[in-house]
Design a protein around this ligand. Structure first.
Ligand code: SAM
Length: 348
């Protein structure tokens, strides 16, 4: 356990902060923090083209985000992932990474990592590594520059590839995340496997989830990974392995490449029974489940007192309401999103 200054200690009331265990006896040890809802891309399955972003005054400051993260770490969170929006477009983000790294040094945090679209990695990779980040996830759905521009609405693939080069040169372990999109990248997934594995990177494919209103129908995008896996299995020998990163992916080893391939299947195989995660947004809202609307406001207790007791109590109350799981469905009868928030609000 660690206090907000990173030293192992009791909380201000003199009591050891209670570890986080939800009503289904799941220990919550993984926090994802969306540091901004803004992004320099507008991926068609993630955001609508004309998003309204939060006014800057509503955002927690970097110091407040640090305090909130530290409160979770004091309550037993050992893995922290910064996400967004695009985490690397938040101004001053390296100040937060640098200050959070004290929890790595104290041993309270086992891993500090981030999910990024890669566009800013040329600029930030060396600093991330210097602050103790060892592994990052880069989201990349295609290696075709035109398709990349269509998916992201204006992104430059070369910039992302240069970012991945920079990350690897800085010694960061890179995992590629690709959302499987019907009729868009389904014919390219084998080449993504070979490209990623050829560069020593794991690849994880993800099913599209019905989060937020977008211009397209989810039914037109949704590609079940049972199908993707069956197709890849015609081409490669896939061996189940019990490699774990603390996240929801289930991994196989691709015999021909020697690399690892992960499947994240919120739709076809719900993995909620082993959920160890919660998410906070850049306004200090805690979502206990990516796929449910219930949330807890942590900004008010955070700002109400300089001590952490109010935040700890608010976190305890929220974790006591963590639901069993999400109810994602994509079919003709369910044309509305499961939750109204876009993925860019709660982060990946
Ligand atoms: N900007 C960063 C990035 O691109 O990785 C972090 C935020 S982004 C919302 C995190 C991940 O969520 C990305 O891998 C993205 O592809 C994925 N994502 C966004 N919307 C999704 C959806 N509706 N279903 C499944 N994955 C989604």
């Amino acid at each position: 356990m660690a206090s907000s200054d990173g030293t192992p200690t009791l909380d201000r009331a003199g009591a050891r902060p209670r570890a986080l265990v939800d009503p289904f006896a799941r220990a919550i040890t993984y926090l994802r923090v969306s540091v901004t809802d803004r992004c320099d891309f507008r991926c068609v399955y993630c955001m609508s083209e004309h998003m309204t972003f939060l006014p800057k005054v509503d955002l927690l400051s970097l110091e407040e985000l640090d305090r909130l993260c530290s409160a979770f770490i004091a309550k037993g969170v050992t893995k922290l992932r910064l996400t967004g929006g695009e985490p690397l477009v938040r101004r001053g983000i390296m100040t937060l990474v640098s200050s959070l790294s004290r929890h790595l040094a104290s041993g309270a945090l086992k891993e500090l990592t981030l999910t990024t679209n890669g566009s800013q990695l040329e600029k930030f990779s060396a600093e991330l590594k210097a602050h103790g980040v060892e592994r990052i996830n880069v989201s990349l759905d295609t290696l075709n520059a035109d398709k990349f521009r269509d998916i992201t609405r204006w992104g430059d693939l070369n910039k992302v590839l240069a970012g991945i080069d920079a990350a690897q040169a800085a010694g960061l372990q890179v995992k590629i995340n690709a959302v499987a999109l019907k009729g868009v990248n389904e014919d390219e997934l084998a080449s993504l496997v070979e490209w990623a594995h050829g560069r020593g990177m794991d690849l994880t494919v993800i099913e599209v989830m019905p989060l937020g209103d977008i211009e397209e129908s989810r039914l037109d995008q949704y590609l079940p990974l049972s199908l993707v896996r069956a197709r890849l299995a015609e081409r490669y020998a896939l061996e189940d392995i019990d490699y774990q990163t603390g996240g929801p992916a289930r991994y196989v080893r691709v015999k021909e490449t020697g690399g690892r391939l992960g499947f994240i299947t919120p739709m076809t195989h719900n993995f909620c029974e082993s959920c160890n995660r919660v998410r906070i947004t850049c306004t200090g809202t805690l979502f206990m489940c990516l796929g449910q609307e219930d949330a807890a406001d942590l900004r008010t207790p955070l700002r109400a007192s300089e001590g952490d007791q109010l935040i700890h109590s608010a976190i305890d109350e929220a974790i006591a309401r963590k639901p069993k799981g999400h109810d994602f469905i994509i079919d003709r009868k369910h044309q509305r999103p499961a939750v109204s928030r876009h993925m860019s609000v709660t982060g990946g």
